[in-house]
Design a protein around this ligand. Structure first.
Ligand SMILES: Nc1ncnc2c1ncn2[C@@H]1O[C@H](COP(=O)(O)OP(=O)(O)OP(=O)(O)O)[C@@H](O)[C@H]1O
Ligand SMILES: [Mg+2]
Length: 360
């Protein structure tokens, strides 16, 4: 999979710019606040329909302009694909090969990307929400069944939470089982897919981590161990857990168990990474997870996703930088940094200098 051209019109600090990417390593370099991350963000947006940093698309529109347009010409294993996003203040339109798509699920999978930035440290350090986000985004790109189940689950969850805030307890207790049956059905799809994903992820992560640390520390990833068996069994388990929490959920006014509260365990050298890892350990573990994600995409779809590495090099020590360059050989990479010459170590690359929203 590769992106060949990217057009940015009134997107962030770009007025009108066209990028030609090579199939290997592309280095976007320039001073701070010039538009490097903005370009990376545009790529990510066309892959996932989601922005990296914000909830409101409006901020993507260049200040003073009415709308933004981004277009990517890419190639995946089925052939050429053009994705266009038009972003307006209160809506957006996304087209795949000229046809407007009705829902975001139809965007997923045309161009897959794996994005890594220093903010990704949150994946290890922060609460479970970041790790769920990682799984949701990653699995959704290769499984529309997962993405659809997730949307439906979240919708029912919202409705269930509204119900829990009602004052008519009798009515709530009558209605809950109806919601819960639906909730468990979608939850089972989510839990099972996450488990499959983590089963694939764990050995890759261990291997990359060993490579990056010269085998000094072991990285162990494990899924939430609350559920066993197939989808029917997972649904049953969750059903029971929900019933056990009726009283608590009623008291708190929201749903306290389910995939929206699950986590995955990350341990480095036998101890919980969230609690004990140093900055450098955290960075390396996060990088190992992301590189593993790349391998999973390759395994599931037969081709590498586009790897977007935003400002990652400056955060790594020299041996790890060199190793990272080795790891990404053979896949299209868009890498941003402030000094192109410092990061490459002889690797062949296309260098693109960005200055004030323009290619120089
Ligand atoms: N909607 C917008 N309209 C106009 N300018 C914007 C918009 N959104 C962001 N910018 C500008 O884009 C610039 C930041 O671009 P970006 O984050 O891509 O920088 P960068 O080159 O990655 O810098 P760094 O090296 O610091 O990470 C800022 O100057 C910011 O004000
Ligand atoms: Mg940046």
């Amino acid at each position: 999979m590769q992106i060949k051209k990217l057009f940015l019109q009134n997107f962030r600090n770009y007025e009108n710019e066209k990028f030609d990417f090579s199939e290997g390593l592309n280095v976007l370099f320039g001073k701070n606040a010039q538009g490097k991350t903005n370009c990376a963000e545009a790529v990510f947006y066309l892959c996932t329909g989601a922005s990296l940093r914000i909830r409101h698309d409006k901020q993507l529109i260049r200040i003073g302009a009415e709308s933004a347009r981004i277009i990517a010409e890419a190639e995946n294993r089925y052939g050429n694909v053009t994705i266009q996003a038009d972003i307006y203040e209160n809506k957006r339109e996304i087209r795949v090969n000229g046809s407007k798509i009705a829902k975001n699920a139809d965007l997923m999978g045309h161009i897959n990307s794996v994005f890594f930035s220093p903010g990704e440290l949150r994946l290890i350090q922060d609460g479970p929400e970041e790790r769920r986000r990682f799984m949701n985004l990653s699995i959704s790109q290769t499984s529309s069944a997962y993405y659809t189940a997730l949307l439906r689950y979240n919708k029912i969850l919202d409705q269930r939470n509204v119900l829990l805030k009602n004052h008519d307890v009798g009515m709530i207790l009558d209605t809950l089982p109806v919601w819960d049956e639906q909730l468990c059905k979608y939850a089972a799809v989510i839990v099972k897919k996450r488990r499959e994903f983590l089963e694939k992820l764990a050995p890759f992560a261990k291997e990359f981590h060993a490579f990056l640390t010269d085998g000094n520390e072991e990285l162990v990833i494990a899924p939430d161990r609350k559920y066993d068996g197939d989808e029917a069994e997972i649904a049953k388990t969750l059903q029971r857990r929900l019933e056990n929490q009726y009283e608590k959920d009623l008291r708190l006014g929201f749903t306290t168990v389910g995939p929206h509260r699950d986590d995955l365990d990350v341990a480095i050298g036998g101890v919980d990474a969230k609690a004990y890892a140093s900055q450098g350990q955290t960075r390396t573990a996060a990088l190992a997870l992301k590189l593993s994600e790349v391998q999973i995409f390759k395994e599931l779809s037969g081709e590498y996703p586009i790897l977007v590495l935003d400002d990652v090099m400056s955060e790594l020590d020299l041996p790890r930088r060199k190793k990272l360059v080795k790891c990404i050989a053979g896949m299209q990479t868009i890498l941003t940094c402030t000094h192109a010459e410092r990061v490459l170590y002889g690797a062949e690359s296309k260098k693109i200098r960005i200055e004030n929203g323009k290619i120089k």
